[in-house]
Design a protein. Structure first.
Lengths: 596, 351
């Protein structure tokens, strides 16, 4: 055990985590140069394109240092706020972390919150300045930031370049020298913490774990403590570039178990594996049943494809336990599913995966967070869909989820970031100058507000120089109202939203204007209204279509014209009928794009 | 250029080997710049390689500022028997707005010049919904057009397309498109004023006294083969092939002379032909023949699109009469929308 080192990498997207990880694998001979795919750790297409590791993996390297053989387990961490719980479990499986900072960019919000997590878990931090090959690197400035942030010695900061290979050896040495060996008792009852899982279509769910105490042997009867289910350990082993089966995996090490589990929901990140024969008395601390934060309706574009959509989502759920869904129906959209996501990115990923992997294009409704409604009868209802909100006379009050949010930006954008956050009902709780021109702003704000066009606007007002991170901070009572949208008097259920009363008039007006832009003129006039209960708060009119014809249609115009009209017809197929009005798909997400 | 076009005309004569040519049209660009000799050179090629026994309508496009002595002489002596004059407006303000080189007085005079020489078969173009204009001036334009006693008028709604000068102006706010409601009322005024003058609408943009409907234009909408010569000219074989020449003048000439491929071709599927039939015939006063659709495409138009057709009828846009589905003047103004409603997106399975 004294020759094992478990570590993860904390880095902001694009700061070079994958490139440097590849270098480590290369230098330790874990992969040979030819086999090195561009980025070994990210093996889903989507992740590679987004530059985000969605699902964590782990890889084991052999490394000889001063004549001694060491086993280095690198545990990858997902890099987005939506997956912060997964990150915390990966961190909990390690004794050390490489903090990789792009020396041209400096520290970002995301990095800081993960760093705090690592510090909370007492991880040994090895700061690494990366991309030193770049002419615009500012090593001294970024070193100042790091020293300030973690209070380390200035000369303990390593210099590296994933591109040229500079500093890779010193990183490996530092991992062995500085990160403590794991502690634990191989003979104690088994206590292994799951930090990730993977779905394999032949073998079922593969769970990844770190053993804190005890030994897991092939053939053991094991128990997952949170679900209280038992399985047989059909195969155990460690993680090289592929799975490497072993007769056993012992305390301090990282490994996998295959036990015939078919559904991802049975394998919960953070859960503890023990043996049935000799169970441990306490589970590993920190387990949480992650709850979806954002909900939205997903509907097949073609109403006939409902069953197909269900099958696709079930398949997605096999390797993404955080996706939850249940059937719902909408007058406007027909049959579909109300889905819960970890956050907006997660929602986007699911949508994209449905499209890429299953060729399913879906209509997504306006997402909402989960609310608690307290009724006059004293019941508490969890609300995942605005239509579930009890009528005003039965409603005592509503609570909505809040977050603590951090924005790191340049000092010149502080003013506009604050304005945005305050507009989003945020309260500034702290303002910290990290360096003379980098500021960390902390806010408390309703989660619902970041669902509505927050990221895009943050990006715009800061010209891209703002990073954002958040974590949940409980529920608070709020003056929320349900706003409905009516088309020629017919309520469009899929467009209802719960919003703060103070924003209602403004939002109602904006939504009506946006819809006016998105809904094409039809043969009759269309009244667009926003309403709270019976009260109309905004109104717009889409005039009847009076002109839709090209003046000339002679020899040269016919083909082009035909193709244009065919496209129009194609687009129409994707529209939904609300009463007599045809509504294009884009309209259902109008609320998210009010400022573009 | 002329030589290249004659060469194309010669080399493609086989395509119309068994056809009797009904119409010839000199259009696009400025055919009015052709000299008498140049016009005649085309006719020589036509005479030599094509069957002109049934030739009826020979049109030449001209602008009001083209009417020089030479030009009038050329049309008088040549076989050209119909003139299409791009008058556009009888008002200098409108012409200046549209960047036209001719003046209102030239617009006024040119028709009379032609008529004095015995050329009566004339069509003029008028443009409505010009942002610089208004209903009052449009009414004057229409009245003026009628007073010239021409047997045919084409009238087009001004469209502002992206990537054109006007498109740029619109983007920059220098120009505001006439709202659809106003364009529609100018159009409806036109239809009724011309009707009162016995000039009947036979297609969305075309109006004629009885017997003077342009055969050439109508043939585009009835699937008759046509052969277009010159840069970006389109041809249709009457069945399923449409081709068009490269649009760049220089490369057209070079390719033509070098014997290289100078055109692209598109093969129409039955669905494409159906959609085109719907699109073009809905634009005509006559409308779509349900029997023709049944015979040609094995489709019962009414039952296949009953809901949509009935809705258009309910809104006063369409009529079903004598087994024709046709559009009212209001309906014609939204003909694209109605056509696309009746389009097929997939090939129909023939069984
Ligand atoms: N110049 C330079 N570019 C680097 C270096 N490391 C990574 N990159 C580039 O930075 C981008 C992001 O790197 P990647 O490893 O994918 O970052 P990740 O998102 O943190 O995994 C890629 O375009 C890399 O080629 C480096 O040391 N020097």
């Amino acid at each position: 055990m004294k020759n094992i080192r478990n570590f993860c990498i904390i880095a902001h997207i694009d700061h070079g985590k994958s490139t440097l990880a590849d270098r480590l694998l290369q230098v330790t001979g874990t992969v040979d140069d030819r086999k090195l795919v561009a980025q070994t750790l990210d093996d889903m297409d989507l992740e590679r394109e987004k530059g985000i590791t969605i699902k964590a993996h782990a890889i084991q390297m052999d490394y000889t240092y001063k004549g001694q053989k060491y086993v280095l387990n690198l545990i990858d961490t997902p890099g987005h706020v939506d997956f912060s719980y997964e990150v915390s479990r990966s961190i909990a499986a390690c004794e050390g972390a490489l903090l990789i900072v792009d020396s041209t960019q400096g520290i970002q919000a995301q990095t800081i919150s993960n760093l705090y997590l690592a510090l909370e878990h007492d991880l040994e931090i090895i700061p690494v300045l990366n991309k030193l090959d770049l002419p615009n690197a500012e090593p001294e400035v970024v070193k100042d930031q790091i020293v300030e942030l973690i209070g380390c010695e200035r000369d303990s900061i390593l210099s590296a370049s994933g591109k040229t290979g500079l500093g890779v050896d010193s990183i490996l040495e530092a991992i062995v020298e500085r990160i403590p060996a794991p502690s634990g008792d191989v003979d104690a009852p088994l206590q292994a913490m799951i930090f990730d899982s993977m779905f394999n279509s032949f073998r079922g769910i593969i769970a990844y774990y770190r053993i804190l105490n005890g030994t897991l042997r092939k053939g053991d009867k094991v128990k997952f403590m949170s679900t209280d289910r038992t399985y047989e350990a059909d195969e155990v082993g460690v993680l090289g570039l592929d799975l490497k089966p072993k007769p056993f995996v012992a305390a301090g090490d990282v490994g996998y178990i295959i036990s015939g589990i078919k559904t991802a929901t049975e394998v919960k990140v953070g859960d503890t594996i023990t043996t049935v024969a000799n169970p441990c008395t306490v589970a590993v601390k920190g387990f949480e049943d992650v709850k979806p934060m954002v909900f939205a309706g997903l509907y097949p574009v073609d109403t006939d494809e409902y069953e197909e959509l269900r099958a696709s989502m079930e398949k997605l759920q096999l390797n993404d336990a955080s996706l939850v869904f249940e059937p719902e129906s909408s007058a406007a959209l027909g049959f579909g599913f109300r889905c819960g996501f970890l956050g907006m990115l997660h929602m986007e990923i699911i949508q994209e995966r449905l499209e890429r992997e299953f060729d399913m294009t879906v209509i997504t409704t306006v997402p909402n967070v989960s609310y608690f409604a307290y009724t006059t009868k004293g019941e508490t209802l969890e609300i995942h869909n605005p239509s579930e909100l009890p009528p005003p006379d039965k409603l005592e009050y509503v609570e909505e989820p809040y977050i603590k949010a951090q924005v790191i930006t340049k000092s010149e954008y502080v003013g506009s970031v604050m304005t945005l956050c305050i507009e989003k009902r945020g309260i500034l709780t702290n303002q910290l100058y990290l360096t003379s021109d980098r500021v960390e702003l902390s806010f408390e704000m309703p989660l619902a507000e970041i669902v509505f066009d927050f990221y895009d606007r943050l990006k715009t007002i800061s010209k891209g120089y703002a990073s954002f991170d958040y974590f949940p901070a409980g529920y608070k009572q709020s003056d929320l109202v349900k706003m409905d949208i009516l088309l020629n008097g017919d309520q469009v259920d899929a467009l209802s939203a719960l919003i703060h009363r103070d924003h209602a008039f403004d939002l109602g007006k904006k939504i009506c204007l946006k819809l006016k832009e998105l809904i094409p003129r039809q043969q009759f006039e269309i009244a667009l209204q926003a309403a709270i209960g019976a009260k109309i708060i905004a109104r717009e009119t889409i005039k009847a279509l009076r002109k839709d014809v090209t003046a000339k249609c002679y020899g040269g115009d016919i083909s082009r014209k035909r193709k244009l009209l065919e496209k129009q017809k194609e687009g129409k197929k994707r529209m939904r009928q609300v009463g007599s009005v045809e509504v294009p798909q884009a309209a259902f997400l109008a609320v998210l794009k009010l400022n573009s | 250029m002329m030589a290249a076009m004659r060469q194309e005309l010669t080399s493609r004569s086989v395509e119309l080997e068994n056809e009797k040519i009904q119409t010839v049209y000199f259009g696009g660009g400025t055919p009015s710049l052709l000299s008498y000799e140049e016009i005649m050179q085309f006719f020589e090629v036509l005479q030599k390689h094509y069957n002109l026994d049934h030739l009826e309508e020979i049109t030449l496009e001209a602008n009001p500022d083209d009417f020089s002595q030479d030009f009038i002489y050329a049309i008088e002596k040549s076989p050209i028997n119909r003139l299409s004059i791009g008058i556009q407006s009888f008002f200098d303000e409108d012409l200046a707005f549209m960047n036209r080189v001719h003046s209102a007085s030239q617009a006024d005079r040119c028709v009379k010049l032609a008529q004095d020489k015995g050329i009566d078969n004339i069509t003029i173009d008028l443009i409505y919904a010009i942002p610089s204009s208004n209903m009052e001036r449009w009414k004057k334009n229409v009245a003026q057009g009628i007073s010239l006693h021409v047997p045919h008028i084409s009238s087009y709604c001004m469209t502002i397309e992206e990537k054109t000068t006007f498109g740029n102006w619109e983007r920059k706010g220098r120009l505001v498109q006439v709202p659809d409601e106003k364009a529609s009322s100018q159009y409806l005024y036109l239809v009724s004023a011309l009707e009162d003058a016995n000039i009947h609408q036979y297609e969305i943009s075309n109006f004629a006294k009885s017997g003077f409907e342009s055969k050439h234009n109508s043939n585009y909408w009835t699937g008759i083969p046509y052969l277009g010569v010159g840069p970006s000219a389109h041809s249709f074989n009457g069945k399923n092939s449409r081709r068009w020449n490269v649009s760049n003048n220089i490369s057209y000439m070079k390719k033509m002379m070098a014997g290289e491929h100078y055109h692209q071709e598109e093969v129409l599927t039955p669905r494409d032909r159906y959609n085109e039939t719907i699109m073009t015939s809905l634009r005509t006063k006559k409308g779509v023949s349900l029997e023709y659709i049944k015979k040609e495409f094995h489709l019962d138009l009414y039952t296949s699109f009953q809901e949509s057709i009935e809705e258009h009828m309910r809104h006063g846009l369409a009529l079903l009469e004598n087994k024709y589905l046709r559009l009212t003047p209001q309906g014609l103004f939204v003909a694209d929308k109605i056509a696309s409603d009746l389009f097929l997106l997939e090939e129909k399975n023939e069984h």
